[in-house]
Design a protein around this ligand. Structure first.
Ligand code: ADP
Ligand code: MG
Ligand code: MG
Length: 212
């Protein structure tokens, strides 16, 4: 598959819609172990990103411009800690595919892996610390190994989704070591991390948007 600017614009539009649908659930999850704003942050961030990305002219923009535009608008729309994390993710995705007019399956996996690494570099969280990294790190690893097995993009993203879903589920048993929920000690046990939950929504939507 070749993913061009128009497909990436559609992908950001789909993510914004998904976050609007999931806003309440994400705020509820964050209400239990954080400050109840995660759904608002994701909805605001992705609606701003989708709008800015949609305004780009596909005739004069490349995928890197799409990711960089998403990063900038996400960062200025979101005051919560997820703002710089996803802004860094999109900057890194843009850098990973620099100079390419459209993206092959392998390029898309490079961008996906760069997002996960960007989140980890920016937030300094390791797997097991009850953050979105517990969804993103296994998702990126699963996408890469599916790609190395020669699977097509959608299958790689479905493998990533499966790993992210399991990773998010596993955050229920973790104590938080990063972010505001780290102050709550073992009171967070039994509750899913909201950032891991929204990562699943994001990866699910990315997978679906290339499913045709
Ligand atoms: P805030 O906590 O500032 O209100 P959000 O509610 O938007 O920000 O996001 C909270 C989510 O951010 C957490 O559930 C967690 O997944 C993620 N998070 C917080 N700190 C970090 C970090 N250092 N590294 C990775 N993810 C983090
Ligand atoms: Mg919050
Ligand atoms: Mg907040």
């Amino acid at each position: 598959m070749q993913v061009d600017v128009v497909r990436l614009q559609e992908m950001f539009g789909a993510i914004a819609q998904a976050m609007a649908r999931e806003k309440e659930r994400l705020c509820e999850l964050d209400g239990v172990i954080g400050d109840a704003d995660h759904g608002i942050a994701m909805e605001l961030g992705f609606s701003a990103a989708a709008k800015a990305v949609a305004a780009l002219d596909p005739a004069t923009s490349d995928p890197t411009a799409v990711f960089n535009t998403a990063a900038k608008s996400f960062l200025s729309a979101v005051g919560a800690s997820s703002g710089p994390l996803y802004a860094t993710a999109f900057m890194r995705a843009g850098a990973a595919v620099k100079g390419k007019p459209s993206l092959t399956d392998g390029d898309m996996i490079d961008a996906f892996e760069a997002m996960a690494k960007g989140i980890q570099d920016r937030g300094k969280a390791e797997p097991g610390e009850k953050t979105m990294v517990d969804a993103w790190a296994p998702a990126a690893a699963a996408a890469r190994s599916a790609q190395l097995e020669g699977k097509p993009l959608v299958a790689c993203l479905e493998a990533a989704l499966d790993a992210a879903t399991k990773g998010a589920e596993a955050t229920k048993d973790m104590i938080a070591a990063k972010g505001r929920s780290s102050r709550l000690g073992d009171r967070v046990i039994g509750h899913m991390d909201p950032g891991a939950a929204s990562a699943v929504v994001l990866i699910d939507t990315i997978a679906r948007s290339f499913d045709a």
